[in-house]
Write a protein that binds this ligand. Sequence first.
Ligand code: NAD
Length: 360
Amino acid sequence: MKILVTGGAGFIGSAVVRHIIRETQDAVINLDQLTYAGNLESLADVAASDRYTFEQVDICQRAELDRVFATHQPDAVMHLAAESHVDRSITGPAAFIETNIVGTYTLLEAARAYWSELDEDRKLAFRFHHISTDEVYGDLPHPNEVSAGTELPLFNETKAYAPSSPYSASKASSDHLVRAWHRTYGLPTVVTNCSNNYGPYHFPEKLIPLVILNALNGKALPIYGKGDQIRDWLYVEDHARALYTVVTKSVVGETYNIGGHNEKQNLDVVHTICDLLDEMVPKASSYREQITYVADRPGHDRRYAIDACKMSHELNWQPQETFESGIRKTVQWYLDNQQWVNNVQSGSYQDWIAKNYQER
Ligand code: NAD
């Protein structure tokens, strides 16, 4: 099978590409514009494979998409290319509307034109898999806000959408477009909505790599508000395996929620990283002393938590890492891969961090 992966130079996309090349016999066409978040170094271990091809293309460019479909004749699309950082969507929403909504629309139209010309067998087997986020559902009641003993709800696949940020609203829009292209045109689509990912090759603007690297560099560890927001963490390689399972085994038209059953308050995540660093790279004072509290993000969702039962019952997928094992591997990876970190920590990333974190 030939899989067209969009956003394959990003954090999750690169894990998907590494998974497919290492664990399967399938071929990958990695289509990525290489924005600030795209990094081909994350694919250095698999790029030499004769089953791997790279196309530097913007998903908003229809003619280029048509060329890629015609040249490579994929059997499936895994669509991960997106603007993905909530804070950036608050300071500059335009790129999120352009890539996440217009780009997904353009890709759907290119895929539909290609798919409609396939022979009947390939048409039936084709998949357009849209990779999305649990943030489209808005937030859930927080344990601090309900009386003791109240059962806390989880996001399941029937939860109504209520996105809070420009990022999550743009992803919600793209999810709706993908479902509409199935319902209206019969394009064989599937959507997955996943919780927060963490792990190797994560761009250091996101909480976990930011905290690891700031701690090691003696910088402040910024915590939004009181740090009591709850996220449900999934190790990125568990997500990549889930996505491959979905693109190869799912039922057309369905939605699957993917999560790690690891609900953690942000402050607890930061404490865990500090404690691991105290053990692995000890210094005179604890890394916890570098924690500083900064103004909360506007519209910050309080709690996300995924019900991943459909993935386990229908597709027999389970996460292999617990948060404790995954976060230890992640911290160790950042300690062992300083060159990757140095290369990524330059240019626009530095300017953005300076503006958004140090001015608060
Ligand atoms: P990322 O920001 O690390 O990577 C995005 C990739 O898309 C980059 O390689 C970038 O160069 C590419 N890209 C951006 N705009 C493009 C364009 N116009 N044309 C072609 N390529 C473009 O993102 P990520 O964290 O790997 O997330 C991947 C997908 O998974 C996104 O759709 C995101 O919404 C979704 N998701 C992420 C998480 C998470 O925790 N990171 C959780 C659930 C879902």
